[in-house]
Ligand binder design. Structure first.
Ligand code: FES
Length: 148
């Protein structure tokens, strides 16, 4: 199968019902997307499919062949972090950092569709991303910062 990942065409050999997360991590060595629950509940594995945030642990790789896949590794351009990454650093969001890639991808997906979300809209969009360290207030602030 051929996949379009971070602007590059990649050939993968995994079985078609393998999860996209497993293909990214185990076959393509793109380990930024994290395995948390494996059941679509925590958001650690979030990537963008055609600009929409999805849980890659629940997406069979056969369903994404004609889509543009963006992972956390694809956000940096020409040595410049994405504005959402910059904002997460500026606000000092991270504690353990395990949820961070999924949080950032969900935030990027939100801002691509709503450049100036309200606090309620941010909380609603980020609702499915769990942070065991409880950094939620800083995450909201970072997204507000990125939207400026
Ligand atoms: Fe995919 Fe938790 S690992 S949602």
């Amino acid at each position: 199968m051929e996949l379009h990942i971070n602007g590059v065409k990649r050939t993968v050999w995994s079985a078609s019902d393998t999860s996209l997360l497993q293909v990214l991590r185990d076959e393509l060595d793109l380990t930024g997307s994290k395995y948390g629950c494996g059941e679509g509940q925590c958001g650690a594995c979030t990537v963008l499919l055609d600009g929409v945030a999805v849980r890659s642990c629940r997406v069979p790789v056969k369903g994404v062949q004609n889509k543009q896949i963006t992972t956390i590794e694809g956000l940096e351009k020409n040595g410049q972090l994405h504005p959402v990454q910059e904002a997460f650093l500026k606000v000092d969001v991270f504690q353990c950092g395990y949820c961070a890639p999924g949080m950032i991808m969900s935030a990027v997906g939100l801002l691509q569709h709503n450049a100036n979300p309200t606090e309620e809209q941010i909380i609603g969009a980020m609702n499915g991303n769990i942070c065991r360290c409880g950094t939620y207030p800083r995450i909201v602030r970072a997204i507000q910062e990125a939207a400026k």
